[in-house]
Ligand binder design. Sequence first.
Ligand code: PRX
Length: 656
Amino acid sequence: MNDIAIESILQEERKFNPPDQFVQKAKINSFEQYQQLYNKAKKDPEAFWAELAANELHWFKKWEQVLDWKPPFAKWFVGGKLNISYNCLDRHLNTARKNKAAIIWEGEPGDSRTITYAQLHREVCQFANALKELGAKKGDKVAIYMPMIPEAAIAMLACARIGAAHTVIFGGFSAEALKDRLVDAEVKVVITADGGYRKDKVVALKTQVDLALAENSVPSVQKVLVVQRSKELTQMQPERDYWWHDLQKTVSADCPAEEMDSEDLLFILYTSGTTGKPKGVVHTTGGYNLYTHMTTQWIFDLQETDVYWCTADVGWITGHSYIVYGPLSNGATTVMYEGVSRPSNPGCMWDIIEKYGVTIFYTAPTAIRAWIKMGDSYPNSRNLTSLRLLGTVGEPINPEAWIWYHRIIGAERCPIVDTWWQTETGGVMISPLPGAIATKPGSCTLPLPGVLVEIVDLDGNAVKTNEGGYLAIKYPWPSMMRTVYNNPERFRQSYWEHIPPKDGQYFYFAGDGAREDTDGYFWVMGRVDDVINVAGHRLGTMEIESALVSHQAVAEAAVVGKPDEIKGEDIFAFVTLEGSYSASESLANELKQHVAREIGAIARPGEIRFTEALPKTRSGKIMRRLLRGLAAGQDVAGDTSTLEDLSVLDKLREAI
Ligand code: PRX
């Protein structure tokens, strides 16, 4: 745990009631209604979730037991049989949704596609048969390393359809990071594209796959399925690599969904933790399907005519839960955009909202801060009147950004849902219900029905109102992660032992510091472990340190987060060099490049500081608190009594 005090300096008193116009049409449209739902869930959570599971999802066979809780291991809807791709596709086909747009896709070079539920069903079935053709079957693991094209969602649904677990690996990760994940997840088939468009460039994804698989370094991988996107020149290895468009011509469009056990593995998604190695977060079928389905309805007040756009990448949990599974399970229209907003196309997001009449827009605070910088003229010159609801996710939102979003994008007409959750929680845990809960800029407000949150100290005692503490969850919920893939001990240690169980009460430790105010609203302050949040991307400082020390010039490295106006935090690395190397700007650049090669561009340090030594305690622990202070340009005189060699601090100050 970090040696930082959890304290909040944010004093924000403004409160915004749900706008009348919104409330009139909202499905949950009063605070009392929220309270009733919340209390019902609290009184008997199992009955609450069972009723929703029966009413909202299709089951091939009903469950025998709602919850089997052997802390910290939970099973939901034990014995139940279902298939999430059936729930996202087949069951809409006998309804008016058959010809409704399921996915509206906008490509980076300006090409676009609208895919109805009937068409999506057909393509998923074909893709599923192609996977079978390549030998993938129930229980196998399939990696998806793709740009933001419809085939990414199709591939996910196809895996789910045949009962193969997917592990989506963000297309911005390097070959090295890809390889680590393929090895850890014991992947049999890799799905990729020749290339994808990213920030005015084409990223040659297949080339990265070739590098990751070179010299048989991932023996479990047998086949690679390649989607043609950018027409990059691609070396196809005979017997291993297959084009999707070739297979598509030969496979049938008939592929009944496999009956999956509620607790069968649905996907593994890697995320950063305190140690160097990313952990494979395991999610299973039934509970995840139900929870993402319900939360999509509640948080976005989903209506049949909505055009919903979540700007995340499918490589992250937000893309899994709130681009693909949650919206499609509800029969919604979900927008996918291949590109990202950047200075060379400053109005692109607003153009897409105008073009498709987007009604619900869900994005990240770092993006909002970048749009503020680009200027109001871009959104102001577009017609954004279709919007009725806005959302944010991924990091705390600063009140100034919230207010800009409210005024400039929402025209003071759209409520904002600030949604707190994690890869591990599978779905949103704390968020306003937009027609029912008044919002305060910077607060994610109140927990969703069925979610028991408490801010506690490390002994599990509730802290006082407005006092900082650790965000803990006190009761299992359907989409909670089940374990760390192949490592239940790491699951126990990372999430359930920081706050030891007390009188049979277990505490899920989220890794975030937070406080609860007098209205019971939660204010999340950020990570309390060695995880930093750079532009909404979660990175472990140890991962970046390992990448740095793998360079021959580096003796030791310590990485901390430095406050950044746009990114929230930026990566600041302190580095000591091996004897024969000396500090230079070119070496700093080389090290930044090295980290980008090892992990991916998202992990490239913003700054590298060379130093003769790192500040350590007498027991040899790096004093990160001091380094964080130095990086932030603060006076770090504070408590240095445990510092082994005070002169180190002076030298570091000089370096800064
Ligand atoms: O620190 C919290 C921050 O993002 C972390 C989870 O990161 P990840 O697993 O990558 O998932 C991001 C998308 C769900 C959390 O531990 N975080 C996420 N949402 C918020 C947030 N911090 C403050 N407010 C939020 N709304």
